[in-house]
Design a protein around this ligand. Sequence first.
Ligand code: PEP
Length: 239
Amino acid sequence: MINLDKYSSIFIANWKLNGNSLFLKDYYEKLKVNSNNCTIICSPSIYLKSLKGDKENLFCGAQDVSSFKEGAYTGELSAAMLKDNNIDFCLVGHSERRQYFAETSKNVNVKSKNLIEENIIPVICIGETLEQKENKLTEEILFTQIKNSIPISANQQNALIAYEPVWAIGTGLTPTLDEINQVHELIKNFDKKYINFKVLYGGSVKSSNSKEITQLNYVDGCLIGGASLKVDEFNKIIS
Ligand code: PEP
């Protein structure tokens, strides 16, 4: 298992359904990993193995995993298969999975548990919708998602939390810096179990706001979607 404590910040690129072999080769050549930070690229699963090069402090992450361990589940990839391919991280419960693939916090819990058993670090994503925010339900929604999505076996060494307000993903909108810091503080204080968990922020992070966000007291890094697809922009974020 990767020792997360040795890094000052953690940056995760979520390529979603983007990229191809040529893109990947060019990206890898131009990527400048900073040794103080842990950098994780979540490419589509089929490309994960080709991203395994010799750059130190660069890791691969899957974007999802099956909740099943093996059997007649066409199209699925198990946690054990990811481990077999030396994958160290996996996003779980991204809002796009929750929204378009009807993934529930219960599914997220099982997937995270299976990943932890294989020594893969789940990046457990939580976040409120705009409607929930406007109805002042953020705290309640996050608490419920945390309670139901994070398995008992998770701890600050073997799991990460990503706070991604759904309304900030891919929209160019972000909460204020104070709001981000306050929500992260809230998450870490939901229960003493979470106090030392690393919590990453995700939602319209780009090079022009990443530094201020990463420097917030309760923020341990960022999860980056759109901006991670441009290697020069991603290099600025992780530098
Ligand atoms: C994401 O996909 O998790 C994400 C945060 O996307 P974006 O950075 O494009 O908002």
